[in-house]
Design a protein around this ligand. Structure first.
Ligand code: WT7
Length: 634
């Protein structure tokens, strides 16, 4: 592919922060913070000072074995201690740490002190099950307090957790459990999903038949599902029985800064899932700093990250980030539109959520129902909104900004990955925002758009998104697969830079526009075209709510754009609308956007984390094998 992307979404709207936001912000001077971030070691060591260390580090960044970077070498610290114990000795002792609510209107609150006691009991219980520092505990649990308690119990005693999203199928679950050599599995009697109870224990039983490493199975009685456990097997026990009588004091493991913290699997389009390994101190510094600055966390906040804890979003920003800052984190078990499309807004009103962090897929979904639902509730507690996971279509951004934020709350579109552990490209609340871009690399982060030789490309031209300097929350390797770690991420682009796998372009202000995964890129008459800009152009048409595009082989043009669209209620795809759409997209994107067939669909294939799986559409279109479908939603 020689020519560069010439399909550009021409988004000119700019939104400046209002005085209220600027007045409150931790970072008031963006340029000064960027300047400080130039000196990596100084910048990140200052951020590391916020924690209680058992022993100070002797080197901030060790680059002697690239790309196996080390941060805060020889420092001794514990995440769980800093996220829980540290607050118990302050006036946050009786502050709510975890606020759990679900689709049935039930709630549970745990203060920092209560959380402390629960974590200690569970830590002792895990030890009694034979879990030692370095062992792995697998979790297949709903969004429930026991999941957070179990994760914090692991990190307290130096065990790794490997959380498997509770919506994944048996096959995907088995693969992850086996690869991680997990010794204990923690699961539950069920999870609530749209008025039904999904029996997680049943799925776990099926998975356990194919797993040889698990020595004990702990079952949380969460959903009132009357299950029995096979006590005969000698390895199954209810969570409450397990912790009953355990002491609420368990010594904290002094972890080396570089000791493994957790495993989290992320699927590639081919091959087995990748076991992303994060380590202790750098991860803590990265997530706490970014959450504090990007979402401007203060003591009075009620923080709600809607992402499931089964994904990195939940690890970094539903549990560890907020607790490391001593804030209250809302954990919600339920869909955005059940029992009705106002479900989330009702929660915001009821509890007074101040910061809401969600995903484009959820916003596009809720957009379908129009502005009626958010308008039924008082959303004035909201101060900052945020998004992660996919490119935010400008139309979805505007919808959220107008209907939920009432044009007062900035939207933090954050670009990052399971591998990066923390936000990388994102605005600060004081930044001028443009709908559809995560704006600029954060202070201390060196991200760029380059060509295949590693040379920066001119503004407006498409290229590969890379990270040029190490960052503290970076993953350290792929579990048991160093070769794949090097091949996939570090050897693709010359210059020893991290290859993120996305294509992007910068605009004249340096703002980075993510155009899609490089695997999904289209090649139209020699032009490289990102999926996201074509899709956003479709979504900006009043009849369209969601869209996916793929390149379809064409004997003459090489590839043509095939589009799959979901229409708003009341619209039907006919010749007139097709013509209209073609004109609209061509107007938005310019002449390169020659559209082939437009097909109306009810649903798009998505991963269970809500990302559109264009590869499935491609395979279907070309009559090829679908490949790995274990993370496909339906
Ligand atoms: C990929 C990483 C990090 C939490 C959830 C996803 C896409 C993520 C954005 C954004 C455009 C985005 C990228 C990235 N992505 N955030 N703000 N704008 N694209 O984690 O499953 O590891 O996926 O998600 O393609 O590479 P993940």
């Amino acid at each position: 592919m020689s020519k560069d992307t010439s399909v550009l979404l021409d988004e000119k709207r700019v939104f400046k922060a209002n005085y209220r936001i600027v007045e409150e912000a931790h970072v008031k001077n963006w340029e000064a913070e960027i300047e400080k971030g130039q000196d990596l070691e100084k910048y990140w060591s200052e951020k590391a000072e916020q924690f209680e260390w058992f022993e100070k580090w002797d080197k901030v960044l060790d680059e002697s074995k690239k790309p196996f970077y080390k941060w805060f070498t020889n420092g001794k610290i514990n995440l769980s201690y800093n996220a829980v114990d540290r607050w118990v000795f302050t006036d946050k002792r009786n502050k709510v740490a975890i606020l759990y609510a679900n689709e049935n209107g039930e709630e549970r609150k745990l203060t920092y002190y209560e959380l402390y006691r629960e974590v200690n009991k569970m830590a002792n219980a895990l030890k009694n099950l034979g879990i030692k520092k370095g062992d792995t505990v697998s979790m297949y649990l709903p969004m429930c307090p026991e999941l957070l308690i179990s994760m914090l119990a692991c990190t307290r005693i130096g065990a790794l957790h490997s959380v498997v999203y509770s919506g994944l199928s048996v096959g995907a679950f088995v693969e992850r459990m086996n690869d991680s050599n997990a010794k204990v599995l923690i699961t539950a009697d069920g999870t609530y999903r749209r008025g039904k109870i999904i029996d997680l224990k049943k799925i776990a039983d099926e998975a356990l038949l194919q797993c040889s490493t698990i020595e004990a199975v702990v079952v949380v009685q969460h959903a009132g599902n009357p299950i029995t456990i096979s006590e005969l097997s000698g390895r199954e026990i209810f969570y409450d029985t397990l912790i009953d009588g355990e002491s609420d004091e368990c010594p904290v493991e002094e972890m080396d800064a570089e000791d493994p913290l957790f495993l989290l699997y992320t699927s590639g389009s081919t091959g087995k899932p990748k076991g992303v390994l994060h380590t202790t101190a750098g991860y803590m510094v990265g997530v706490a700093t970014t959450l504090k600055n990007v979402f401007d966390i203060h003591d009075g906040d009620l923080w709600w990250c809607t992402g499931d804890i089964g994904w990195i979003t939940g690890h970094s920003y539903a549990i560890y980030g907020p607790l490391l800052l001593g804030t209250t984190t809302m954990i919600y078990e339920g869909a955005p539109d059940y029992p009705d499309p106002g479900a989330w807004w009702k929660i915001v009103e009821k509890y007074g959520v101040t910061k809401l962090y969600t995903a484009p897929t959820a916003i596009r979904h809720l957009m379908r129902y129009g502005s009626k639902h958010p308008n039924l509730y008082n959303l004035s507690s909201l101060k900052i909104l945020g998004s992660v996971g996919e490119p935010m279509n400008p139309e979805a951004w505007m919808w959220l900004y107008k209907n939920v934020g009432k044009e007062k709350t900035p939207i933090m579109d954050t670009w990052w990955q399971t591998e990066t552990g923390m936000h990388m490209i994102a605005p600060l609340p004081i930044s001028p925002l443009k709908p559809g871009t995560p704006t600029l690399p954060l202070p201390g982060i060196d991200a760029d758009v380059v060509d295949e030789n590693g040379d920066p490309v001119a503004p407006g031209k498409g290229g590969y998104l890379v990270i040029k300097k190490p960052w503290p929350a970076m993953f350290r390797t792929l579990y048991k697969d160093e070769k794949r770690y090097i091949d996939v991420y570090w050897n693709k682009i010359p210059g020893g830079v991290y290859h993120a796998g996305d294509i992007a372009r910068k605009d004249e202000d340096g703002y980075i526009w993510i155009q899609g995964r490089s695997d999904d890129v289209l090649n139209i008459a020699g032009h490289r075209v990102g999926t996201s800009e074509v899709e956003s152009a479709f979504v900006s048409h009043p009849a369209v709510v969601e869209c996916a595009v793929i390149g379809k082989s064409d004997p003459i043009k090489g590839q043509v754009i095939k589009s799959f669209i979901i229409l708003k209620e009341g619209y039907q795809l006919n010749t007139k609308l097709i013509e209209n759409l073609q004109k609209h997209v061509r107007y938005e994107l310019g002449p390169v956007a020659v559209l082939g067939e437009i097909q109306q669909v009810d649903k798009l294939p998505k991963t269970r984390s809500g990302k559109i799986m264009r590869r499935i559409l491609r395979a279907q279109e070309e009559g090829e094998d679908l490949g790995d479908t274990s993370t496909l939603e339906d």
